[in-house]
Design a protein around this ligand. Structure first.
Ligand code: HEM
Length: 404
């Protein structure tokens, strides 16, 4: 039986615990219909989600490795320029995946991200200083969306003058909520593909610094990335790092805007900001679930036998709010420690942008409340509309007023 729960309904997004408890009462693995993806098995608790994520032998991303058609075969009708993007890290397995990750992981290390800290702070300050004062503004539009996008451009080394158009091309990807909106994202992807293919040549010629240069020059023995792989990686970085961080920041802001005492206490003790951000990742789960996996053979998961080719999705929000794993799972505890949530995933596909996302959220929280201590919502929090976007949890708008 398919569980009759809509993970993208405003009711579930606002108060997920009742729905999650209902799912768990049906088993560790339930059938569910997800937008675009269709009917799949979904994990409901922490242990089953973790078991799925760490078992790269029995669960793969590329359906061709589980007896199905490859994405290129399945989606042959997609425009030709999209096909190289199917071969990106999130959809690869085994040695192909390890190879791509090895080539990029250095740039995302703590050291790499520490070096970016001043640039991240500068970008945040510029956006916050430009906020119109003494009238209602939408912080999602003015800051939460622009900030991670500009940080990714900075990371990649994209020239300042090209950033507004990259932002315009990539934005629609952040609005995909059904098959129709996928098509709205195609023109932007077409332009960004053309731009980046030319840009790889420019970087090879000029040695312009940034992650694009590191990727273009990355070598593992004689191995290097070809232009299709470079393009797939750059696009995966935008898709993986833009909207996710927007809604981590949004959830941090909403929590603090509705709890001014907590906001003030964090400003006095900045070390607690790290714990706060981990709890926002756990409790709000800006990424509710990951891409789906395909079972490679008959395999037992969550007390059920799955067949080769069966499709399974780990429900991160179910894992993160599992009362069997977290004490007081349904309450927000800003100082929670330990806090081994799964919102960055785990295993071979674990997020490569964890340090960058944490750095951005830290800077955003510190800077907004330092610059504008009286920032406040101009509408009751329960009237702020929730975002409708596959797999993400956050607010669509954040009406606030700021004064210095
Ligand atoms: C709050 C912020 C973020 C969250 C919650 C998050 C969460 C995740 C999760 C759950 C995965 C695993 C997806 C899967 O298994 O399908 C993932 C993968 C990934 N993330 Fe993040 N992410 C965040 C920020 C970022 C940032 C800032 C970047 C880069 C700029 C990034 C780049 C990626 C990439 C490239 C992958 C694919 C890794 C792979 O499949 O091997 N993410 N992320």
């Amino acid at each position: 039986m398919t569980a009759p729960l809509d993970l993208h309904s405003p009711d579930f997004l606002r108060k997920p615990d009742e729905g999650l408890a209902m799912l768990r009462s049906q088993g560790q693995l339930v059938r569910m219909k997800l937008p675009i993806i269709g009917e799949v098995w979904v994990t409901t608790d922490f242990d089953t989600a973790r078991e799925l994520l760490v078992d790269a032998e029995n669960f793969v991303r590329n359906p061709a490795n589980a007896g199905g058609l490859s994405l290129e075969q399945n989606y042959w009708w997609f425009p030709r320029f999209i096909h190289p993007l199917f071969r990106n890290v999130t959809l690869m397995d085994g040695e192909d995946l390890q190879r791509l990750r090895r080539l990029v992981i250095g740039a995302f290390s703590s050291r790499g991200i520490d070096a970016m800290k001043p640039a991240i702070e500068r970008i945040a300050d510029e956006l916050l200083d430009a906020l119109p004062q003494d009238r209602e503004i939408d912080l999602v539009d003015r800051f939460n969306r622009r900030f991670p996008m500009l940080v990714i451009c900075e990371l990649l080394g994209i020239p300042e003058e090209d950033r507004p158009k990259i932002q315009r091309w990539m934005e629609p990807l952040g609005r995909v909520s059904n098959p129709f909106t996928v098509f709205r994202a195609l023109p932007g992807l077409y332009h960004s593909n053309r731009y980046f293919r030319r840009d790889f040549e420019t970087v090879r010629r000029t040695g312009r610094p940034g992650l694009i240069k590191e990727l273009v020059e990355a070598r593992d023995g004689n191995d290097k990335l070809n232009d299709d792989e470079l393009l797939a990686m750059v696009t995966a970085i935008f898709i993986g790092g833009f909207d996710t961080t927007t809604h981590l920041i949004g959830n941090c802001f909403m929590t603090l805007l509705t709890d001014p005492t907590l906001a003030a206490s964090l400003q006095e003790d900045l070390k607690r900001v790290n714990l706060f951000i981990e709890e926002v990742l756990r409790f709000h789960s800006p990424v509710m679930f990951t891409n789906m996996f395909h079972a490679t053979g008959p395999v037992k998961l969550g007390g059920r036998m799955l067949e080769r080719g069966d499709r399974v999705v780990p429900l991160l929000i179910g894992a993160n709010r599992d009362p069997a794993k977290f004490d007081g799972a349904t309450t927000f505890q800003a100082d929670r420690k330990p806090n081994k949530h799964l919102d960055f995933g785990i295993g071979v596909h674990m997020c490569i942008g964890t340090q960058l996302a944490r750095a951005e959220a830290t800077v955003a929280v510190n800077r907004l409340f330092t610059k504008y201590p009286d920032v406040h919502l101009t509408q009751p929090a329960d009237r702020v509309p929730m975002l409708k976007r596959i797999g993400l949890r956050g607010v669509a708008e954040m009406p606030v007023r700021v004064t210095r």
